[in-house]
Design a protein around this ligand. Structure first.
Ligand SMILES: [Zn+2]
Length: 270
């Protein structure tokens, strides 16, 4: 049985250096083992379209990646962990009534439904039945305006974070708080984006004034910054990694709650 943090290398055979086929067949189902091209071009086209729409949303990158993981069924829900033999039962840890699929935990669980039923929710009267996540995301994308889909994406991630808060820290936020935090985060992100856009020229001029020198050798440069919001003890962290020519290789951002000190501890950056 694999543990929750298992890495791909654990699927390799120490003896031959190749795949450990027996173990792979135990932890992955048939669909996951099929090469993408065999799943059908239509499905692939729809997935490309969903990704294109998602990528164009004005939301944080971490939320885009989260939604993509959700619609490709890659979140570590109890049902997915059971498939990989990481846990022994799939019951939803929140309602304890049904198996915890991705759709269940984000949408059809009655506790998730409380969030979606908030008056400001663009889908507050939509049926909460269990269905394929890709299907309901596609329906949102086609029926809702872009700004509404952006709110939905932010709320989706907040519903998952609330679930994790319950599982790992035994705390559970109320539905209105979840919805409000999602809206506040989105507003702050979009305001920061528009400020950044209007300041691009100054920033470029500033960079030239600094006479940035290329790094010598096969090395990368990592810059990071963090901001603490005192009123709700939360912290935002951003990291960029550039190569020796100054080209951006990686950019990451994340949000941490329960940060009480302006001194950012190493584990917040992990
Ligand atoms: Zn549930």
């Amino acid at each position: 049985m694999l543990h929750v943090e298992a890495k791909v290398e654990e699927l390799l055979s120490a003896k031959s250096g190749g795949w450990n086929v027996g173990l792979i067949k135990q932890v992955l189902n048939e669909e996951e083992l099929l090469p993408k091209k065999k799943r059908g071009r239509e499905a692939s086209r729809s997935a490309d379209e969903a990704w294109r729409k998602l990528w164009n949303l004005n939301i944080p990158g971490v939320t885009k990646i989260f939604v993509w993981k959700a619609i490709t069924n890659c979140l570590p829900t109890k049902k997915n962990l059971l498939k990989r033999k990481v846990v022994k039962e799939a019951l939803c840890p929140v309602c304890k009534r049904e198996d915890e699929s991705v759709c269940h935990t984000l949408w059809s669980c009655n506790r998730a439904g409380d969030v979606w039923a908030c008056e400001r929710s663009p889908v507050h009267k939509w049926p909460s039945s269990e269905r394929d996540v890709f299907e309901f995301w596609s329906e949102w994308s086609s029926k809702l305006a872009q700004d509404q889909v952006e709110i939905m994406a932010m709320v989706l991630r907040r519903v998952w974070l609330r679930r994790n808060g319950w599982v790992f820290e035994n705390r559970f936020k109320g539905p209105n708080e979840v919805f409000s935090q999602a809206v506040i985060c989105l507003t702050e992100f979009q305001q920061a984006q528009s400020k950044q856009g209007s300041g691009q020229l100054n920033s470029a001029q500033c960079n030239r004034a600094l006479h940035w020198k290329p790094l010598v050798g096969d090395v990368v440069k990592v810059n990071w910054d963090a901001a603490l919001r005192i009123n709700d003890s939360s912290c935002g962290i951003g990291v960029v990694i550039r190569d020796s020519c100054g080209e951006l290789l990686v950019s990451l951002c994340c949000f941490r709650s329960n940060v009480l000190s302006p001194i950012v501890r190493p584990e917040h950056l992990a």
